[in-house]
Design a binder for this molecule. Structure first.
Ligand code: FE2
Length: 311
């Protein structure tokens, strides 16, 4: 048996991340069960909900089972202002301070910029210059309204999820960021917006993730954008999620005890063995087989090898 070196452990922990840093969730539309289940399973450092949350109770009550398991962030969507309940269960929640709209927050080691809501041409069509917007800010709209026209003495509830030029501009003039999360899609989507691309490029982000369209799309992977594009972009479907950094192998992580056992048995060669297709595992690699629910069989093989057998 070869001795285990600490450098092996370091390499292994980098190779198979024990838990993801960030997970992005597509529009829940009231169903937060998939979010809770995924957080319990993958234990990400932080999550971001991509809007249209429509929690049926205050969001902190809906997400109580995972409040202590991960850091929760979100941007709002257009449907989060559909009814008083939709609005109150989000903006009246204890998690309201976790709205990323219009700002950049460092989350799990990434600078994450957020732009919630949608563009509505009655306020501002972002294909037109800022100066041509009907209203430059929510405050300008409010001032134009008679008192009896207001909702809770402010702008109409619906426009609480409209993107105003001043909010967009403030974000555009912010320091650089790593990731941009939006409800609206970038221009590559048939219903996307160049203004999202311009924001992403000005902020210098490497990644744009959006909701709203109920489609899981890897724009580069699906051939809709080239790898030379200034940023990667993903759409996330309702009930679905995106993990970041992305596990490009498509594999999950084998359990840590199994990795430790492999290191005991193979020492510096553990990684090589874990990543080599094995005939006893239907041609899958031990790492993939274990991550896919077959950890017991891989453990048994390692035990057999450890005790002098061959596998
Ligand atoms: Fe939406």
């Amino acid at each position: 048996m070869k001795p285990l070196k600490s450098s092996d452990l370091h390499t292994r922990s980098e190779h198979y991340q024990s838990k993801p840093k960030l997970m992005f969730f597509g529009d829940p539309h009231g169903d937060l069960a998939p979010v809770i289940a995924a957080v319990k399973r993958f234990r990400p450092e932080a999550i971001v909900l991509l809007g249209d949350i429509q929690a049926r109770r205050p969001l902190h009550d809906e997400l109580r089972p995972i409040l202590d398991l991960t850091e929760i962030w979100f941007v709002h969507g257009n449907h989060d202002t559909d009814s008083d309940a939709d609005y109150d269960n989000l903006w009246g929640s204890e998690l309201v301070t976790r709205n990323l709209h219009g700002r950049i927050v460092e989350i799990a080691g990434y600078k994450v910029a957020g732009l919630g809501g949608i563009f509505r041409s009655k306020i501002w069509d972002p294909r037109r210059p800022f100066e041509e917007a009907a209203f430059a800010s929510a405050d300008a709209l409010r001032r134009s309204m008679r008192r009896e026209e207001r909702w809770r003495d402010g702008i109409a509830r619906r426009h609480r999820s409209t993107i105003f030029p001043d909010e967009y501009l403030q974000l555009l003039r912010s320091p650089p960021a790593d990731i941009l999360v939006t409800h609206e899609a970038p221009a590559v989507h048939p219903h996307g917006w160049k203004a999202i691309d311009e924001l992403a490029e000005t902020l210098g982000v490497q990644l744009v993730v959006h909701g709203h369209h109920h489609q899981s799309i890897d724009y580069v992977g699906d051939g809709l954008m080239t790898a030379a594009a200034p940023f990667r972009a993903f759409g996330v479907d309702m009930g679905s999620h995106l993990t970041w950094p992305r596990d490009e192998t498509g594999l999950g992580s084998p359990p840590q005890d199994l990795l430790d056992l492999a290191a005991q048995v193979f020492g510096a060669e553990a990684q090589t063995w874990l990543d080599k297709p094995h005939q006893l595992l239907d041609g899958q690699t031990p790492a993939a087989f274990a991550a896919g629910g077959g950890a017991d069989k891989v453990r048994a093989m390692l035990s057999a090898i450890q005790h002098g057998g061959v596998a």
